[in-house]
Design a protein. Structure first.
Length: 295
């Protein structure tokens, strides 16, 4: 059985075909330009591939409320040409198959929960730190939606004592994204993150903000595992720094088996950067099953 996957990012759209076991059989990258240019290329890719359903994990904000008249839309995105675009409706009309839909980060989390290192868990967090910061939450076995969807990148931060940076986020200044995303690192230090690999102060400050956000998540939603992905987290020296800061900030308040084995609690993504695509395949499988039940 074949399923389609569309990992819709602000820079590129990754399209793929996979099977019911999550195995990726082929994939291709299409630049994210404007809908009139990008969408016909995506549709052309999937036409004639005999897929049973399509899963879309999309940049946002997006409308995930099935009862809403704008369900399946990209809504108030700063990518203005994509604002209020009906991505789900467009693909359903073109392909006449079930289309599953969620945020890009929930897609990555779903990939890890279904095929990766969070398999079998009921509560987990996936945080991606790259050009922006986004987060997905699995709680009691279900991806968290709600009024909209979690915007973990915009948690307000307490500034590091040695950091005078005002923050890169135009909405909140010193939020997690404003202090820890790739553009914030480059703006603060006037160099790209990859050029700062050996500067210990850079990563001490970066770990401070990421750890602070993780402590908030640990204390509020009590995940069984925290997975960190995105371009900034390719700086692998961050992981021991973050883990140490988390324990320091918790200050012994919590005693759990997960925290006692923190190297296996706060971990990098495990699916070779394919977790988003694999999550899309699972979205497609689930949507086909859901539509089958409703008939």
């Amino acid at each position: 059985m074949l399923y389609g996957a569309l990992e819709a990012g602000g820079t590129k759209m990754v399209v793929a075909i996979g099977d019911e076991n999550g195995k990726i059989l082929e994939q291709k990258s299409i630049p994210t330009v404007e809908p009139d240019i990008t969408m016909p290329k995506i549709i052309e890719y999937f036409e004639g591939k005999d897929i049973r359903a399509l899963g879309i994990a999309c940049f946002g904000p997006v409308d995930l409320r099935r009862e809403s008249p704008t369900y399946g839309y990209i809504t108030t995105t700063p990518k203005l040409k994509w604002a209020n675009f009906d991505i789900v409706g467009t693909m359903k009309k073109a392909l006449s198959i079930p289309v599953g839909f969620d945020t890009d980060v929930n897609g990555s989390l779903l990939g890890e929960v279904t095929y990766g290192q969070a398999k079998g868990l009921t509560d987990a967090v996936y945080l991606t730190i790259g050009t922006g910061v986004g987060g997905g939450i699995l709680s009691n076995g279900k991806l968290v939606h709600g009024m909209l969807h979690p915007e973990l990148g915009h948690m307000k931060m307490v500034a590091h004592p040695d950091d005078k940076y005002k923050g890169h986020c135009p909405f909140h200044g010193q939020c997690l994204e404003g202090m820890a995303a790739g553009p914030a690192i480059e703006d603060r230090w006037s160099k790209k993150a990859i050029e700062l690999k050996d500067d210990d102060k850079v990563w001490e400050i970066e770990a401070w903000y990421i750890a602070q956000s993780l402590v908030t998540l640990i204390l509020t939603i009590s995940p069984q595992k925290i997975i960190l992905g995105g371009g900034v987290m390719h700086q692998e020296q961050l992981f021991p720094l973050i883990r140490g800061k988390v324990l320091e900030m918790l200050n012994g308040y919590l005693k759990t088996k997960e925290l006692s084995d923190i190297d296996n609690y706060i971990v990098p993504a495990s699916l070779h950067d394919d977790q988003g695509i694999m999550g899309c395949i699972k979205l497609a499988i689930d949507e086909e099953a859901l539509e089958g039940k409703s008939k």
